[in-house]
Design a protein around this ligand. Structure first.
Ligand code: ADQ
Length: 514
């Protein structure tokens, strides 16, 4: 697929995060494999082209002389440099960024200015005079390293790299540059609070194409260009800027549905769930409501816990009838708003348990285990209800992974028949999904997923109750529809579109069946 798309053109992928991290374990550098479908999928693409992946080297052993003194290492780990066999591989080019730069470009501009603005959150926006120069400097370094790889095609990932395309364009007017923006793009009325609105847009217009999950985000981007870049002309064919035509496109990201379904059926998934049941003394007959989130204020975890508290206050007969399991991951802890958010989540969970808990029942659990994909799938498959309640989210892959993990066909015979294992996963109906209207995934998953406005506490509480009370036939019907959507927009479909765009090929848009 990749060879067809790019031929012998060389590809350079640029992202803030690296696909493999070297960390010291017992004093020795050890490579950590990526978790999650996106990195795995991109890893496969770059490996097939034999190209270069430029990223910030964040691991403490990344620059160990035994690993990569100059920051360059052959990846994936199995691919040996100059190997006689033809196993694919690529060069991971790690940038050794000074701590101060990382603080101001990553924890600063990227995550205290751009992230909240893109998610329509004005309050957490914090502008420090050091942030923007650091963002420029970091982007310049990413761009320089990309140019050094002599690329024909450069593929930038996400909002940390808004200026790099322009820097690369200045040195490589002939290269094809494409960027995928993984978070929403706000309306001009909101984007104008960004002090560097115009410069940032000019940076992105260094690309030949800029991709978003939804058409709506691409429309917002074009509206922002029309408003803030006076010398750009927004036309139906694209944006005319600097003598070039910049295309925008929408391409909803998805998950590797087979892989997630296999993970959910694995022994590791069953074992992990068994451990959770034992550790917290969960009653196997009591339904589980699940939340899986990075503890980011955009994810609406606090709103969800408030809705659960409201539900128990207004419907006391539900006491003891379910357990809420919050799988959390701490994130961006260098930023005060994130540390406060973590505390707020923990406090609310403690409060729920204090106010509503009894000797036989703990209403809410918090799990912070470092889980792999299979263990995570074990949580998904054993939940009766999953709640994704982001205040705003570009797409949200947790919702899609939950759907894919419910397996097929139903009822899930595979789980019950896992050999040699007293598998605690019940042979039962699939879980129900409660989904915020404000995530990109809602466009394809609602109304088969029960839609909620996370700000509407009483309606949210009622929807959780509806999901808990949903009968088996309805669970099957809804899940069949959700699975069709998730399979139709999976990671392969997303990658195929990206490859077409990277290659500059005409894309064939599938005709609607009806
Ligand atoms: P994120 O904000 O990180 O991604 P999301 O898409 O929900 O949000 O999750 C990404 C991955 O993290 C998923 O594969 C999930 O399995 C994993 N994950 C999340 N919480 C976890 C937890 N507590 N424990 C273990 N794993 C966890 C950004 C955008 C999204 C967009 C993606 C991809 O914010 O809107 O869907 O990029 O484009």
């Amino acid at each position: 697929m990749i060879e067809d798309a790019l031929g012998d053109r060389s590809l350079v992928v640029v992202s803030n995060r690296e696909p493999y991290v070297h960390e010291y374990a017992d004093g020795e550098p050890a490579v950590q494999r990526p978790a999650g479908g996106l990195v795995t999928a991109l890893d496969g693409v770059v490996a097939e082209t034999g190209g270069t992946w430029v990223a910030w080297g964040s691991g403490d052993a990344d620059f160990d002389p035994a690993v990569a003194p100059e920051g360059e290492v052959r990846m994936p780990p199995e691919a040996r440099a100059n190997s006689a066999d033809d196993r694919p591989g690529y060069t991971l080019a790690r940038l050794d960024l000074p701590r101060r730069l990382v603080e101001n470009y990553y924890y600063g501009y990227s995550n205290q200015v751009l992230w909240p603005i893109c998610h329509l959150e004005a309050d957490p926006v914090t502008v420090d005079a050091k942030f923007w120069p650091a963002y420029r400097e970091a982007n310049r370094r990413f761009a320089e390293r990309a140019v050094a790889a002599d690329p024909d095609v450069v593929w930038f990932q996400d909002y940390h790299l808004g200026l790099a395309p322009r820097f690369v364009r200045e040195q490589r007017p002939d290269a094809r540059l494409v960027q995928f923006w993984h978070v929403p793009w706000p309306t001009p009325e909101f984007f104008e609070i960004c002090p560097q609105a115009t410069e940032l847009l000019r940076g992105l217009l260094g690309n030949d194409a800029v991709g978003f999950h939804l058409e709506r985000y691409a429309d917002n981007f074009r509206d922002c260009v029309a408003r803030f870049v006076p010398d750009a002309e927004v036309t139906d064919a694209g944006i005319r800027y600097d003598g070039r035509l910049v295309e925008t496109y929408a391409s909803p990201i998805g998950v590797d549905t087979e892989r997630v379904a296999d993970n959910a059926r694995s022994d590791a998934a069953a074992h992990y769930w068994e451990r959770v049941v034992d550790r917290y003394d969960l009653d196997p007959e009591r339904p589980v409501v699940l939340g899986v989130d990075r503890l980011d204020y955009t994810k609406g975890v606090v709103e969800r816990l408030d809705a659960l508290a409201h539900l128990l206050e207004t419907t006391p007969e539900l006491a003891g009838e379910f357990t809420y399991v919050q799988k959390g991951t701490r994130t961006r802890e260098g930023i005060p708003a994130y540390r406060r958010y973590y505390d707020a989540v923990r406090d609310r969970i403690a409060e729920l348990d204090r106010v509503h808990g009894t000797e036989d029942w703990t209403p809410a659990l918090y799990i912070e285990d470092d889980v792999d994909d299979r263990e995570l799938a074990g949580l998904y498959r054993n939940a009766d209800v999953a709640v994704v309640s982001s205040r705003r989210d570009g797409m949200n892959l947790v919702a899609k992974e939950f759907v894919a993990a419910q397996g097929r066909p139903f009822p899930n015979a595979g789980l019950a028949q896992t050999e040699g294992l007293d598998n605690p996963a019940r042979d039962r109906a699939p879980g129900a999904l409660v989904l915020s209207r404000f995530v990109g995934a809602a466009e394809s998953l609602c109304p088969a997923a029960l839609p909620v406005n996370p700000y509407d506490v009483s309606a949210f509480a009622e929807t959780i109750r509806d999901a808990l009370e949903m009968g088996e036939p309805e669970r099957h019907d809804r899940m069949a529809s959700l699975q069709a959507s998730v399979r139709g927009e999976d990671i392969d479909a997303w990658l195929a579109t990206q490859l077409d765009v990277l290659a500059g090929r005409e894309r064939v848009v599938a005709a609607d069946d009806d």
